[in-house]
Design a protein around this ligand. Structure first.
Ligand SMILES: C[S@@+](CC[C@H](N)C(=O)[O-])C[C@H]1O[C@@H](n2cnc3c(N)ncnc32)[C@H](O)[C@@H]1O
Length: 239
């Protein structure tokens, strides 16, 4: 591992751009990346734990069918996994995955199933269309955004949610970087997973940095090693 990589982990490296964020990137590699996010997200995202400890209790407390949005759903694997977990628990939920990038939606729609729908829209378009949800969540979106985009994404997500917002992301750190560099190697062929995953870690927040970037009323927790989870109440029903 280069000395530059270690130096870059002391602070967020916001000068780095991920290959998948280039509109002109190789479409075949991008599609393969979105499809294989499934394996990576299962290994690193900790949504199983977040579902059990933060999402399921909120869904049960509603005591009625719920509407949940995965904002920036990419290839759609996270929302499909959550739908499977909730169905096993007998919870009635309408799941929506939304992403403004039509290239992501191609992969997501391959995963469409009863109870899970994908729409090609960003947060501001959903708001303007009058869409509202009980819970809004996201995975691995925050570290992609510049400060203005982060503010808009955070505010939009609260305005879309009646009950709560949960944004999950990677926590920057040396061990996360080293483990990912080794673990991703057998999975990365023909995708952007290695380069973009390592750049993601270098762009990502530590919990205190994310708390200060989002400000009150956001709280940032660490639900699992190498993870951050930003939570805030929704404002959709606020007077
Ligand atoms: C790295 S991808 C994460 C995909 C997926 N959530 C996952 O964990 O695999 C980040 C996604 O956020 C989407 N995104 C960025 N800004 C957004 C916004 N304002 N509203 C909705 N999606 C957004 C991008 O189009 C991109 O597909």
């Amino acid at each position: 591992m280069s000395r530059g990589a270690w130096r870059g982990l002391a602070h967020r490296d916001t000068g780095l751009t991920e290959l998948m964020d280039d509109p002109a990137c190789d479409p075949g590699m991008l599609a393969a990346t979105y499809r294989r996010f499934d394996v990576v997200n299962r290994a690193v995202s900790a949504w199983g734990a977040v579902y059990r400890t933060r999402l399921r209790p909120r869904l049960r407390a509603l005591d009625r069918p719920a509407r949940v949005l995965d904002l920036g759903c990419g290839g759609g694997d996270v929302v499909v996994r959550l739908a499977t977990l909730a169905a096993r628990d007998g919870l009635s939920v309408e799941w929506v995955g939304a992403d403004p990038d039509p290239r992501a939606l191609v992969s997501a729609r391959e995963r469409e199933r009863p109870g899970v729908r994908f729409v090609s829209r960003g947060s501001s378009e959903l708001l303007a269309a009058g869409e509202r949800f009980d819970i809004v969540l996201s995975n691995h979106v925050l570290h992609h955004l510049d400060p203005d985009q982060l503010r808009a994404f955070a505010d939009d997500s609260r305005a879309l949610a009646r009950s709560a917002v949960l944004h999950a992301d990677i926590a920057r750190g040396r061990l996360a970087y080293a483990l990912y560099a080794v673990g991703i190697t057998p999975l990365a062929s023909g995708t952007f997973l290695r380069t973009d995953g390592l750049r993601s870690i270098r762009r990502s927040y530590r919990a205190d940095e994310l708390a200060s970037a989002l400000g009150a009323p956001w709280r940032v927790e660490t639900p699992a090693p190498f993870r951050v989870l930003a939570l805030a109440p929704g404002t959709a029903d606020a007077p």
